[in-house]
Design a protein around this ligand. Structure first.
Ligand code: ADP
Length: 485
């Protein structure tokens, strides 16, 4: 098969800079695609973390004035990742989080910053960077939604385009007045162009102009085509239904491997399953929980936001505490939720443990030490923590939405009997239903043989990128057969 070249473009990439699942995907998919004969380079902004991570960068091009300042395109590799770095200090040489300043507010020039990234992706997609002429430009999320639009409005030979939506809730809308600064033609500002409810919609533009659209699970691919899940873009997505597919995310099974994980107290796998117990003990100690192997220990690793439904978990806490369950929660986000969980931990020492913050290593210990992992999201495009949980033998208790629906097999009687069960699912997403499924899990936990069977079925589930990457590769090949002008 002819080797294909893909340019991925994303605003974050694991292990260099990460705020969520997007980074995990951007960091893992190119490596998995190598095995499919796809050569991927990933274009990322030259944030300080990126500039510090790249060694021996090669300068490909330089512009004295690109979106307002001197800009270079660099080529570098980090581990197995081949990167193209948009080194534009006036846009990206800022500390911390990629999107917000230290006062917690979005950078006021985010529109320009990410349009510059998309513009560069489009220029590469036109073949203007001789070092790497891609067949495909694969844009991830709103930040780079303008890439397919720039390619469309160039009206010349171009790469095929894929737009992947990792979360419909983030759409990137900016004022019409920016049209000129973004380098978009005046006639692009209409309903069939980049206009979105009176402004410029970055994600909207990507969804309008990409040759194909993907999102990160089959169920989410359906959900975003209705008005609620589409969050304003449902109509457009219904029109493009034939071009949409849902491809589940995988996880990096070498980073998430309980048999080799350096971040956990004791390494284990299905054959040495008894060794998992030491992780529960370590987790209980770390979170100040009563050191009891027999208490049902529920883990949570999450952004604390409305999407993730953790307010519902707060509501169920009295029930959990009353029935003797334990909670170990790691997360950060909304102040109300942070305060709520902190207060719960103070009120119930020994039963509720809370760490507010972002801690990669601790996330691994929670997966290795919890009996179950709760993901009560109101919507969840794919969700990665339940995939890690399956791999680590923490039984997922999840809302029946998006990728959670697609990746967990509910422990109903038939699934338990056949050995297919891997977790517990509930719907609708309410505190009552969450409480009900936690009770179900708790009851099953008392039956050690059945519980262990569920854990081990989860551990046998394929959560790797292998089969998922082959779907992207097939999509790329389909698109690459066409000629685009
Ligand atoms: P989202 O991208 O919506 O936040 P995902 O489940 O797709 O949710 O991905 C979240 C990723 O971030 C997972 O890899 C998860 O382990 C990680 N994560 C989330 N919160 C934390 C935290 N507080 N500490 C460490 N890792 C976290």
């Amino acid at each position: 098969m002819k080797p294909l070249r893909a340019l991925a473009v994303a605003s974050e990439i694991y292990p260099i800079i990460k705020t969520g699942g997007l980074a995990d995907v951007a960091g893992a998919l190119p490596i998995a695609l190598k095995a499919e004969g796809i050569e991927t380079r990933t274009l990322v902004p030259g944030y300080p973390d990126v500039m510090n991570a790249i060694e021996m960068a090669e300068q490909l091009l330089e512009w004295p004035l690109f979106f307002g300042g001197t800009t270079r395109l660099l080529r570098a590799s980090v581990g197995e990742l081949d990167l193209l770095v948009l080194d534009a200090p006036h846009l990206f040489d800022r500390p911390g989080n990629p999107y917000v300043s230290s006062d917690g507010l979005d950078w006021p020039d985010n529109g320009l910053r990410f349009a510059a990234l998309a513009r560069m992706a489009a220029d590469i997609g036109f073949g203007d960077v001789p070092d790497f002429v891609p067949d495909i430009v694969h844009a991830h999320d709103w930040q780079v939604g303008l890439a397919p639009a720039y390619l469309h409005y160039g009206h010349r030979r171009r790469a095929g385009t894929v737009m992947t939506v990792h979360n419909m809730a983030y759409q990137g809308k900016f004022p019409e007045a920016m049209l000129g600064a973004l380098g978009l033609p005046p006639d692009s500002f209409n309903m069939h162009g980049v206009e979105y409810y009176g402004g410029i919609g970055f994600l909207k533009a990507g969804l309008q102009f990409a040759d194909r659209i993907t999102t990160v699970s089959p169920t989410y691919a359906r959900e975003i085509q209705d008005d609620e899940g589409g969050m304003g873009l449902g109509g457009l997505l219904r029109e493009r239904a034939r071009d949409i597919s849902g491809i589940l995310n995988g996880i990096d099974i070498s980073v998430w491997n309980p048999a080799t994980d350096p971040n956990i107290a004791a390494r284990y796998d299905v054959d040495k399953f008894a060794d998992r117990a030491a992780n529960k003990a370590a987790l209980q100690q770390r979170f100040g929980l009563a050191p009891s192997p027999d208490k049902f220990l529920l883990g949570v690793i999450s952004r604390l936001s409305w999407q993730k439904g953790l307010d519902l978990l707060l509501e169920t806490l009295p029930m959990m505490v009353g029935e003797g369950m334990q909670l170990a929660l790691l997360g950060s986000g909304d102040a109300d939720l942070q305060n709520g969980f902190r207060a719960a931990a103070e009120a119930h020492p020994g039963q509720v443990g809370v760490v507010i913050g972002y801690d990669e290593a601790l996330a691994h210990l929670i997966q290795a030490g919890s009996d179950a992992l709760a993901v009560p999201s109101r919507f969840e495009p794919c969700g990665l923590t339940q995939l890690c949980a399956l791999r680590y033998g923490a039984v997922p208790v999840v809302a029946r939405v998006g990728g959670l629906e697609d990746t967990v097999v509910d422990a109903d009687d038939a699934a338990v009997a056949s050995g297919a069960a891997t977790g517990f699912k509930f719907a609708p997403v309410t505190a009552e239903q969450l409480a009900g499924s936690l009770r179900r899990a708790h009851a099953m936990f008392a039956d050690k043989t059945s519980w262990q069977k569920i854990q081990q079925s989860g551990m046998a589930t394929d959560v790797s990128w292998r089969n998922r990457a082959s779907r992207y590769a097939a999509l790329y090949r389909e698109i690459a057969q066409m000629r685009y002008v």
